[in-house]
Design a protein around this ligand. Structure first.
Ligand code: SF4
Ligand code: SF4
Length: 215
């Protein structure tokens, strides 16, 4: 079994959210373009953001708001509650991770002069301004390196960051995401849709070997 190592790669820093709302205006980076079907790119850039969701997040938000998941969840393709796409005759397995939809002005659909779902906000929102770079080593071990976004005005203010607590939250997010995709991978594997030696692309799919792992 591969090991998963979570590590905050920064020294002691302070953080206190200033509630400026800028982290609620995220867009996907250009790196995703190579995986988006050409006919969907325009729509994708207009309506997607980078707030990853676990199934637990989706259910909590749906229960709290009464909204159906397709009304607030987006993925690289169409949201169909299956987070895995197979390409290249089974050799390329893309984790079609769900994210929150955005309004026309790029703001999260739940932003209304502040977060309107604060008590059930996704784990990714609870993590910000900390971010996770996922890397799969040649021996299969997975590194989850935690850094932070220095443009957040809350950095350097308030209390010292509790690194253990932060690492625990990152590990929880990774575990939940793994639990979300495992049944889909197993099903596709048993039906022979995934070729032997196929690579799984995670987080920033299609951007080179070190961000992927074999199955
Ligand atoms: S986490 Fe940072 S960017 Fe987001 S609302 Fe708080 S201060 Fe602003
Ligand atoms: S869910 Fe709330 S905290 Fe997260 S991006 Fe949307 S408005 Fe911001």
């Amino acid at each position: 079994m591969p090991r998963v190592v979570v590590k905050a790669i920064f020294g002691n820093i302070r953080f206190q959210c200033q509630r400026c709302g800028s982290c609620c205006h995220h867009k996907r980076p250009l790196e995703f373009d190579d995986l988006i079907p050409a006919e969907q790119i325009e729509d994708f850039w207009r309506s997607s953001n980078l707030i990853y969701l676990t199934e637990k997040d989706v259910h909590a938000i749906s229960n709290r708001t009464g909204m159906r998941p397709p009304d607030f969840v987006d993925t690289l393709y169409d949201y169909s509650e299956c987070y895995v796409k197979i390409e290249d005759e089974g050799r390329r397995v893309i984790l079609d991770l769900p994210v929150l939809k955005s309004k026309e002005d790029t703001t999260c659909v739940f932003y209304q002069e502040g977060c309107s779902i604060y008590s059930v906000r996704p784990i990714a929102c609870r993590l910000f301004p900390f971010r996770v770079e996922e890397e799969t080593l040649d021996n299969g071990d997975i590194l989850l390196n935690i850094s932070y976004n220095p443009t957040c005005p809350g950095i350097g203010k308030g209390k010292m960051v509790d690194r253990k607590k932060l690492e625990g939250l990152v590990a929880e997010q990774f575990l939940l995401r793994t639990e979300d995709i495992s049944p889909h991978i197993q099903k596709l594997n048993s039906s022979g849709e995934i070729a032997s030696g196929a690579r799984i692309y995670r987080t920033l799919p299609g951007r080179g070997r070190k961000r992927s792992s074999s199955i």
